[in-house]
Design a protein around this ligand. Sequence first.
Ligand code: FES
Ligand SMILES: [Fe+2]
Length: 373
Amino acid sequence: MTRWNPDDFTSALAPLERATTLPAYAFTDDGIYEREVERLFRAHWLCIGRLDQVPNPGDWRTVDLLGERLVLVRDLAGEVRVLSRICQHRAAELVSGTGHSRSFQCPYHAWTYRLDGTLGGAPHMERVAGFDRADCALPRIRHEVWEGFVFVNLDGEAEPLGPQLAPLATMLDGYDMGSLVAEETATYPSDFNWKVLVDNFMEAYHHIATHRDTLEPLFPAAASHVLDNDGPYSVLVMPSSPDHPPSVRVAKLPGLADDQQPGLVAAVVYPFHLFAPSGDNVAWYQLLPESTGRFTLRIFNCFRKDVLEDPARAEDRERQHAILRIIHEQDIAACEAVQTGLESGHFDRGRLSHLEKAIWEFNRWWCARLGDR
Ligand code: FES
Ligand SMILES: [Fe+2]
């Protein structure tokens, strides 16, 4: 049952110095989650993949998102589309996993769809009055591509994404994210609320404890800061320790002193598209929410194409994947403990340090969109 009460959220909206976290029930209540599905997830833009995951005509990749069975496909003309993969005869699933084909043929009664979603063949339908194959195309899902990432808007009514992210694209210009190629690192069934991970991803405060032996020596918590912006995103900059300068010099972000290099950057496009550019790769966390306390997390590392194709760099890449798994497994322990704490009945809300500014920014966006319209 929804317990939404606007008064519960005023403390999260205060200036950062006085702000609190969201109340615990924002992370545990099924009614809040249902409200998030309607007002955040279906009404905004969610990333379902990357263009480089379907590089050639005929390539496709299925994604399950909020109960929708989708397929990201590059049709034979080379155009990328997002379609429902539910057969329009009697609702069977057309394909699963990933693949390459010239069409989608339903395993139930062999209706055959072109890769642009139009129905090509439907056996034994000649006696059906008024049957028109043109009425039976697979539903197309509205999508936009930003820096190689493919986003969908399920309710079809969101403002176009590109203009909203134009300042973010400028900030991250030097990383050339659109040219990178994603390689899968790991998949984690995750038993905590999706916002617990977003909050964890967007602050480096916890480097001093959770990652004291891994990230803190490289990217000290105290040097981290969040760039000012007013778009639907946050950017956390984690400069490298002077003792561990980055090996690769990359784009310089505005808001850094001349002698600072970006080191590691963490970004979220609200509600939950998480990625972290560093000197030579971009970590990408794909969240697929399933319920209040559960989502699937797929982690990818995006590399330059030449790095990915060079057998001599395979070991380097595997090392990068292994590091990412170690870091995330440290975070899992923290996030699971937080979820247990949120459900305990002895936590209502807490105070945020200046190092947690991105959480405060996100909470303001979250409150505004979940509030009454
Ligand atoms: S359900 Fe697909 S052809 Fe019948
Ligand atoms: Fe972490």
